[in-house]
Ligand binder design. Structure first.
Ligand code: ADP
Length: 434
């Protein structure tokens, strides 16, 4: 490593420069002229080295310094070392910034850094999606100018950041956002999380619990009423027969509800089907036909089952049985008398198409999109008479989702309905019919 000259070395350099001039001057008896010439040469060399340094610093700007000579060599080297150290530090800093930004970009939340004056210093990509910020255009903008929600403006002004707040996204009204601000140094870090799904699930859970409680309360009230009546004394045989019949009906209703809830929970929790199980759909249809004919024996209903006897499928037998049964049973439950129900299971461009068409009351278009929601019923009283809790079509929807299929409902009010679905071709099996 080059070191600056010591005083001794400096003096020795001067001796080396001036002595030859002095000797020549002494020889020609012009010692002052020689001294003058020596000083001019020394100063010129000095300026030449300085020029080289300035040229390197301001014009050339290369990292490697020019070749310095004499006492200038350590100066050039020293500056070179300083520049190199600064460049390395800058490079390290740039690398650190890059990794920080990459890390912040990969977070599932929007990140906004703002100053003590609420001016945006930095934000990540998700901030543009959640909050509509445009980076780098919005750099230096006031956060509360871009998010004008009164709750947010108040939150920022109050500087009470112990708890977060929830706002609707200023960019997308379908998003519910949770904002939390954390002070650090003189700046603030705001983390914005999308809690839409979470809030939806909480709402659904609350709805679900209140629906189940409501559905159970009605039969329980009936049962309790009759049981209280029995507390006093045994009623007349005629009343007792009626009470017994009502209690049995309500107990069956509760049992059905609990069973449907269990089926729904099991189907919802089931992973996507493995497609290993082979389902003999024609046999299922045969059993179903016998069942519904018996169920509707006292009704004026006619049936027509059109089943492709070679068409099997892969999937979960329990889930598909629930789907087929619910749709056919609904047709029987809701069809007006006299009426006609047609069930078909046919091959349609290598896929399997199942359809139940009835000549029932039909459904108004405003209900169609909501029919598969849990506990949704078009006519609550009528469904209650038939023992329905509004879970059947929800079970069908989930069972079909697991088989990459979707329920389609076509209905004309006053004329009838057709509930159908298509099973994708890769789940279909074509068997030879014996
Ligand atoms: P439920 O147990 O009440 O039958 P579902 O989920 O099976 O519940 O059906 C939801 C609602 O859809 C029913 O309450 C009924 O109003 C309507 N619905 C279902 N199938 C039919 C049909 N074939 N014809 C007319 N309405 C139907």
């Amino acid at each position: 490593m080059l070191m600056p000259d010591t005083l001794g070395q400096l003096l020795w350099r001067l001796v080396c420069i001036y002595t030859p001039f002095l000797l020549v001057g002494w020889f020609f008896n012009h010692i002052f002229l020689a001294l003058f010439l020596a000083s001019v040469s020394h100063i010129s060399w000095f300026y030449y080295q300085q020029r080289k340094l300035l040229n390197w610093l301001y014009v050339d700007k290369r990292l490697t310094p020019p070749q310095g000579s004499g006492s200038w060599q350590p100066v050039f080297y020293g500056i070179y070392q300083l520049v190199k150290r600064r460049l390395n530090r800058e490079r390290e800093l740039a690398h650190l910034m890059k990794s920080f930004r990459l890390g912040a970009e990969s977070l599932p939340d929007a990140i906004v850094v703002f100053s003590a004056h609420d001016e945006i210093v930095w934000c990540n990509r998700l901030a543009s999606e959640f909050l509509g910020f445009k980076w780098p255009i919005d750099s230096g903008q006031h956060v509360s100018n871009l998010i004008r929600h009164p709750v947010f403006v108040h939150y920022i002004q109050q500087r009470q950041f112990d708890n977060g707040i929830e706002i609707v996204s200023p960019n997308r009204t379908d998003l519910t956002l949770e904002c939390r601000v954390m002070p650090y140094g003189t700046q603030f870090l705001m983390i914005v999380r999308d809690v839409t799904q979470q809030r939806k699930l909480e709402k659904m859970r609350k709805h679900f619990i209140s629906n189940v409680s409501h559905e159970l309360r009605t039969p329980l009230t009936v049962l309790r009423g009759y049981l209280e009546m029995l507390d006093d004394e045994l009623p007349d045989p005629a009343i007792w027969i009626r009470a017994h019949q009502m209690m049995s009906e309500q107990a069956i209703r509760m049992d059905n509800l609990v069973n449907q809830l269990l089926v729904l929970a099991r189907i919802e929790a089931a992973p996507v089907i493995s497609a290993q199980e082979e389902i003999d759909v024609p046999k299922l249809m045969d059993i179903l036909e016998h069942e519904v004919r018996q169920l509707a024996s006292n009704k004026e209903l006619t049936f027509c089952f059109k089943v492709d006897e070679c068409l099997w499928m892969r999937g979960s037998i329990e889930q598909m049985r629930s789907a087929f049964t619910n749709l056919v049973h609904n047709a029987v439950k809701y069809c007006n008398q006299p009426g006609h129900i047609e069930v078909s299971w046919q091959c349609d461009s290598q896929c399997g198409r199942f359809a139940v068409t009835d000549s029932g009351p039909g459904i108004l278009p405003k209900h169609l999109l909501r029919l598969t929601e849990r506990f949704y019923r078009v006519d609550k009283d009528r469904s209650r008479d038939t023992g329905g809790a509004g879970l059947g079509l929800s079970i069908v929807k989930h069972a079909l989702q697991h088989h990459r299929s979707e329920l389609s409902i076509d209905s004309e009010f006053g004329k009838g309905s057709c509930f159908s679905f298509i099973i994708p071709d890769d789940l279909m099996l074509h068997k030879d019919h014996e």
